[in-house]
Design a protein around this ligand. Sequence first.
Ligand SMILES: [Zn+2]
Ligand SMILES: [Zn+2]
Length: 237
Amino acid sequence: MKVNNWIKNIRSLLYPNGCLLCSAPGNFDRQFCPACYRSLPFNRQACPRCALPLPPATPSDALCGSCIRKQPVFDSCVTALCYEPPVSRLISGLKFHQQLHLIEPLARLFTDRLGEPVRKPDLMLPIPLHPLRLRERGFNQSLELGRVVARRYGLAIDWQICRRVHHTRAQTGLNEKARQKNLRHAFDVNGDIYGSHLVLFDDVITTGSTITELSKTLKRAGAKQIDVWALARTPGR
Ligand SMILES: [Zn+2]
Ligand SMILES: [Zn+2]
């Protein structure tokens, strides 16, 4: 009983505002009250190759038009949520305002969405930040979110095999072609991944140019299968 009270006290110190979205008081299992949890924009109906949200009646194995025309370099993609309010606000809070207490609840939204992986990858590689940006921010959000997810599934995680070797311009405001050019040769692979089944973990997928470029580099280095997991995806291309 005493221990339980202790845990409760610690939790209420850590999460004094209850629900992360509406501040309803309470120690909610996932730090979202049931109503807010239900209203989260989970990206359940989506293209299995690129995670583009698709209309509700689409069969679960149907690819989007873009993937039918040209299959992505990576083999599959799952994102937990659509990048729109209130998810975008939470992710910005984590990335730009160091709200590190959001790591655990956000990562749990990913494992809620995925459930059990159909085939367990050999290794998780979080999308690396360039060392300069890492110094600026103090942490790599993809690594911190990925750590929680990897722990949940018992996956090995490595943040040194892939490095970002070019300090690319911020991608915001660039169109897809410019993004691809901006990212060319942005990554370096330093480790033996020949024949392995990898999963890349990213926080937000926008146009997919980062995961495309990194997947190309990893496939050139001999990766056999590349799955992509991300917390959120922008709804359009
Ligand atoms: Zn709420
Ligand atoms: Zn697709």
